[in-house]
Design a protein. Structure first.
Ligand code: FES
Ligand SMILES: [Fe+2]
Length: 466
């Protein structure tokens, strides 16, 4: 039985039972109903008391069934109310249309090979890019990171500062992220123990040589630790950072707490993802059906889910100088149930697209305020890693914040089906309208992140390896 069928079955059962109960209630005098209620409640209370106070019978199988059920209830209750959400979907898990008896990996490979990507812009724009959530890099730890066409050794020195160095050692090419050790503020190569300082990449020690040549150094990349993320500055012309991602003070001050994350690997050009923010028409099309209708665009219009609908009202504009690298999004979300507004799910969102890799979506809701941090990093020319984190006011119950995070993740997964299969239209057929003109404005705004030497797609990878 699918989830849908179970839902239909349960609804029919409830309506049948409630119809017969209603009929009985109508023909039963009121005082008898009261008496029935009292008898039923005292019987239930008596049974629960007996259960809790009696010594379990070790020879009775129901004792063990009861213990297993109680453990499951406690475990899932604990997860629901105390553990932040972590929803991870790798490339191929979602966003492709099933074909014949192919497995997920084969379908992803096939679609990728036959894809006509279109005349895409450069694949790695300029700006700050998310590298990893800061808590995943412990003091003294080094990680191998492949993003933006770079091979990096990202490490946290003994004082707690994070650094990113080119991973390949200039001596004989060992990968310092594969077995290298953190020593003070430097990273020691695992092959012949040369040490490279995190701050500037200079070699500070060669165990068997007295003089260290000037050319013994690796490139050190600017790293910024902010909003519990590590960001790396990438600029094709080697320009130093000239803008910074703003700090979310509610997170720094600890007023908003972490309640979960989602992670999606997407097969698309990086610009397609933020372009969604200015594409106001797709909101009612792709994100209109209620989240229960699922993520498969073919089935989400089922009549079964027509009783509820999301509505969106959106605006996008570029911020004026000196914040020209920021795009401002205003979103109002509401929900209708059986044609009536259902305000508890209302959200007002004020978003900022900060360069090509970072989006903050601050929201206000019935249950409190918070922010989704959207972090986008190219791990290959046409493969993006998209992570969302949610931070909310402390008094918002964990299960509500997790529901908000899950709702966002499901909506993103519908976009993934579009992104994974689409072509980049360098010259889209836009009609004369407020809606389509926003897309053109977004493209003009985004073009500031490309420069003369921005890397272009030079080859197409034929297979998907992971
Ligand atoms: S290869 Fe790194 S020290 Fe020799
Ligand atoms: Fe979308």
């Amino acid at each position: 039985m699918t989830g849908l069928e179970v839902g239909v079955f349960v609804s029919l059962l409830i309506s049948t039972v409630s119809a017969s109960v209603t009929e009985k209630i109508l023909i039963t005098p009121l005082f008898e109903i009261g008496e029935l209620w009292i008898n039923a409640s005292s019987m239930l209370f008596g049974r629960v008391t007996t259960l809790l106070t009696s010594v379990p019978n070790p020879y009775n199988v129901t004792t063990y069934v009861g213990v297993v059920i109680a453990c499951l209830v406690i475990y899932y209750g604990y997860v629901l109310f105390f553990v932040p959400l972590n929803r991870v979907r790798k490339l191929g898990d979602i966003g492709y249309v099933n074909e014949g008896s192919w497995n997920k990996r084969e379908i992803a490979n096939m679609v990728r090979q036959r894809r006509k990507v279109g005349a895409i812009p450069p694949v790695y724009p300029n700006g700050w890019f998310p590298v990893m959530e800061a808590f995943t890099l412990k003091t003294g730890e080094v990680k191998n990171v492949s993003i933006l066409g770079l091979a990096l050794a990202v490490f946290r020195d003994e004082k707690g500062f994070a650094h990113a160095l080119d991973a390949y050692c200039p001596h004989m090419g060992a990968n310092m992220a594969a077995g290298g050790r953190v020593c003070g503020d430097s990273l020691e190569c695992p092959f012949h123990a040369w040490k490279f300082r995190g701050e500037d990449g200079k070699c500070t020690s060669i165990p068997y040589a007295e003089k260290i040549p000037d050319i013994a150094k690796v490139k050190s990349w600017p790293i910024l630790e902010r909003n519990r993320w590590l960001y790396l500055w990438f600029h094709a012309e080697g320009v130093e950072p000239f803008w910074m991602p703003p700090e979310i003070e509610e997170i720094t001050r600890g007023e908003w707490t972490y309640r979960g994350r989602s992670e999606h690997i997407i097969n698309a050009h990086i610009e397609e993802i933020p372009e969604n923010g200015a594409d106001v028409v797709h909101l009612s099309q792709v994100h209109g059906p209620v989240i229960g209708a699922g993520i498969d665009l073919r089935y989400m219009w089922s009549e079964l889910w027509a009783f509820a609908r999301h509505s969106w009202d959106a605006k996008w504009e570029a911020a004026p100088p000196p914040d020209g690298h920021i795009g401002k999004i205003t979103l109002k979300h509401s929900m209708s149930l059986f044609g009536k507004r259902f305000p508890p799910i209302d959200l007002t969102v004020h978003g900022q697209q900060i360069g090509p890799g970072i989006v903050y979506l601050r929201f206000t809701s019935w249950f409190g305020n918070g922010v989704y941090i959207q972090s986008l990093t190219p791990i290959e020319p046409m493969v993006q890693k998209l992570v969302h984190n949610i931070y909310v006011t402390k008094y918002m119950p964990m299960c509500v914040a997790k529901f908000l995070m899950l709702g966002e993740a499901i909506q993103v997964e519908r976009d993934v089906m579009i992104w994974n299969n689409k072509q980049y239209c360098a010259k889209p057929v836009l009609v004369k309208s407020k809606e389509d003109s926003l897309i053109a404005r977004h493209r003009r705004w985004y073009s500031q992140f490309y420069s003369e030497n921005s890397p272009q797609l030079t080859f197409k990878q034929e297979t998907l390896e992971w």
